[in-house]
Write a protein that binds this ligand. Sequence first.
Ligand code: RUQ
Ligand code: CUA
Length: 633
Amino acid sequence: MKHIPRTLGGLACAGALGLALGGCGKQAGEQAGNEVAADAAQASYVAPGEKDDYYLFYSGGHSGQVYVAGIPSMRHISTIPVFAPYPGTGYGFDEESKAMLGDFTWGDVHHPALSQTGSKYDGRWLFVNDNANNRVARVDLRDFKTKQILGPIPNASGSHASSFVTENTEYLFVSTRFSTPLPKGRVADLEKYADEFNGMVTAVEVDPESGEMKVGFQILMPPFDFDLASTGKGPSSGYVFFTSYNTEMAHDTLEVNASQADRDLGAIINWKAAAQAVRDGKATEMEGVPVLDPAKVPGIVHLIGIAKSPHGMDVDPSGKWVVAGGKLQPTTTVINVEKLLGAIEGEDYEGDFRGIPIVSHDSVVEGEVPVGLGPLHTQYDGRGNAYTSLFIDSAVAKWKLPPWTDEEKADLSKVVVDKITVHYSIGHLVVAGSDTNAPYGKWLVAMNKLSKGRHISVGPSQPESSQLIDISGEKMKMVAEAYTEPEPHFAQILKVDEIKPIEVYPKAENTNPNAVWDLADGKVEREGNHVTAKIVAVRSRFGPDKVEARVGDTVTLHVTNIEQTPDMIHGFGINDHNINIVVDPGETKSVEFVAQKPGIYPFYCTNFCSALHQEMQGYLVIREAGETQAPVQ
Ligand code: RUQ
Ligand code: CUA
């Protein structure tokens, strides 16, 4: 990083005091402002050719994708397509990714979660949810590619509280924001919402070796609209905590009707006990999934009253404190895990909801911290500080976690130690490593919902803004700002040296039976009305570069990029066919279609790969059905 020189103009001004007070004061102020700007610029400056220190994986919301940026530069580096086709990498065009997407062309990504081992990031996978279609996906950090999409998950509607991984990635917890009559497809009167509708918590099991996900079990929940979750660690190990925002069980005009009660009920799930209960045969099957009813299996779910219409629920790095943000109450509720487990053990309850015990609020809540207006999410630096996003205030509040002094306890506003304004209407925030037991703690990224024209004008559809804040000192410092695709919800930050992605697929690993590695081996074959081409792509040609078919034929193309040089990518786009596959070095991709219309259709490489890239082309010849043709090569 390069040093940006500053002048000492501010000091020189002190000597002139009394002579030209007005002008000098202004100058000094400007000078101070320049120094702050210079410091900030220096902190986030990554010179050409230098690299960032951290990956920022942020959700792309309803774009269905995940975006990768660098910290501290905040530069967008790449897009990982997950739930929507992305011609840039040919995702959703080749057979494998088309099969993963199924009939869906979009998803709504909210919460990415890095896999963990021992409550630390292990750098293997990134999981993301699709709130719209009840799916979860796994991205492999070895090659930054989506490898599996699981779902739609049965018996679930709107997997918002997802994905949250357990300490050793045993499970991903996925919970419904929406409740419906179950099993799905059953229609019940909306007026009977409270009695006929249910939410669902799903435990998605992750294979420790392959990362393969499958639906493990489910827990039937009251129709409270479960919003967000956080998994335990240390003393809260084995638990997962959820907020809900509709304890009122309203089904219309939620804006008003779900905002009546002074407190909403959060849920505490003992997932280890639940998994055991499933093994003990206490679940009933619904749509092929073992489902536990917490009213009938005591000990797996407890409820607790938390701040009004809460949003985020976040366990701190020590696992001792769980903080819920009360959207409609200017406080965060701080739950003391030790007291909570004691209350559960001693059955210190203040009632129940249809057989699910409600833990005594006063026995387990350490305090309600007046952080400011619209608290949503809380993150931690591992040094005893919490950072809460304030949607209404457009700010981040920094505050001290317990233990608190008697003086602080008497007036909890004293634990709020700093506030910084963000632009504007912050949703999530992320502190590097906050959800592990050892946060990196230096950076915080505020993900703001509105940018309100802070950028050059791009018309009415404006991007979101994300701001980088240095939290290494006592006071938070605004460092940089970037604009992001709609719309970043949560993000994860990973230290760059904790992973080592591959840059070519080694030839030895390519076990695709349709791969060809030599231009001499490329061929087009016909079997009945199925034409199969095995094509080599290498700078700067396709071999073969002519594929012949007749109308009605099924055509399968297998393209192998035989390069073993990083960044030597070849694309394969066919005119008039809505096909563009992109093949990375060492990779084989396949695409299949039915020849529809006679004609000559040029195909070409879509990635600019060499000086002769433009020459990297060929022809798809489609003759009339039944027309005799010269034998294919
Ligand atoms: S949400 S802005 Cu979808 Cu995570 Cu809180
Ligand atoms: Cu290969 Cu351009």
